[in-house]
Design a protein around this ligand. Sequence first.
Ligand SMILES: NC(=O)c1ccc[n+]([C@@H]2O[C@H](COP(=O)([O-])OP(=O)(O)OC[C@H]3O[C@@H](n4cnc5c(N)ncnc54)[C@H](OP(=O)(O)O)[C@@H]3O)[C@@H](O)[C@H]2O)c1
Length: 354
Amino acid sequence: MNIFLTGATGFLGGRLIRNLLEDGHTVYILARNLDKANTLKENLPFSLQGSVNILQGDIVQPNFGFPKRIVEQLMNKIDIFYHLAALVKFDHDLRDTLMEMNYQGTKEALKVAENIGADKFIHVSTAYTVGVSNQGEEKLYDLNQGFNNPYEESKALAEHEVFRYQDKMDVSIFRPAIIVGDSKTGEADSAFTLYGFMRGLELFKRRLERKASMEKVHLVGSKNGTSNLVPVDYVADILTIAATEAKKNTIYNVINPAPPTNREILNTIKHHLKFDDLGIYEKGTSFLLSPVEEQLNGMLNVFEPYLDRSISFADTNTQELLAESPVAHLNMTDEVLNIIVRAYFEPNMGKVHV
Ligand SMILES: NC(=O)c1ccc[n+]([C@@H]2O[C@H](COP(=O)([O-])OP(=O)(O)OC[C@H]3O[C@@H](n4cnc5c(N)ncnc54)[C@H](OP(=O)(O)O)[C@@H]3O)[C@@H](O)[C@H]2O)c1
């Protein structure tokens, strides 16, 4: 098939493109940065490189900024349009940019897909369009439900826009939870979500070491609350199966059915970061934060909505999608969590960003 892919130079896109090429598809990638796209292509096995076509453009530009000849070249050629490109940041002060990239960008992607006559539009959203609710379902959420940050809201608005195209294309939405490294190697090309959190802790530990501080510090959260981590290879495999098996007008939650608790995650991080003096104060109990702890919690406050609760996500549609496939429903063991966290803190073990 001929596949159009946005976000190929990103964490998830880099895995997905490889799968799609290995399955024999021809891929057209949208890239705003040609150097990055060329590096991605050069790093693929030589035998796959010939099936990659790089198109320069930007999702926030009308028609991605494509010249007319590119639109003509793509016309009636694309079987599947995967839309992954987004800004994955939770900061409230990035609201305008998040709305532009994730909401307007998706509107633009839908228009381009329609203009070039794509048959199928596979949209990658996030499980956290669930907003402030603790019950994740495989249906569109009410936009008035309340969101923790503009990232969630921008992605929820985008989902509604995707479903407005139901009569024009075969649309489906895939909602991964928190994407982490490869389940076998731990490799992760990401600076966001869990990686932003681990980076924050790493910087904070260094700061304490510079001050020769012996103080025990606490994050505020729910020890038994869970964080829904999903390995990147699992998400990419599901999106690959989606090429042929996704049902139209359907939403798939790509989640961990037995997610680790925050206590387990923090203990694993503490172990590999060698940060014994780190603890959790249970939210809702009585405690007094020291000035240093205020700083720590302030620095990591964008992660707060994800550390103090447990969300239960339905994933029946995903299980049905997997039932006929060689990919098993996720069973992320403690050992896999260990590999993923270790790969971040021990650079020789896997590919780790600086
Ligand atoms: N990471 C997670 O934990 C997570 C969880 C759930 C859902 N998701 C969703 O999964 C998708 C992929 O996320 P990711 O983690 O792979 O993100 P990522 O590593 O930050 O990659 C984002 C991709 O989008 C591209 N992009 C951003 N703005 C663009 C623009 N204006 N025009 C064209 N391309 C643009 C980036 O291009 P450059 O290389 O040029 O920057 C990059 O290829 C997103 O839709 C995200 O919302 C991610």
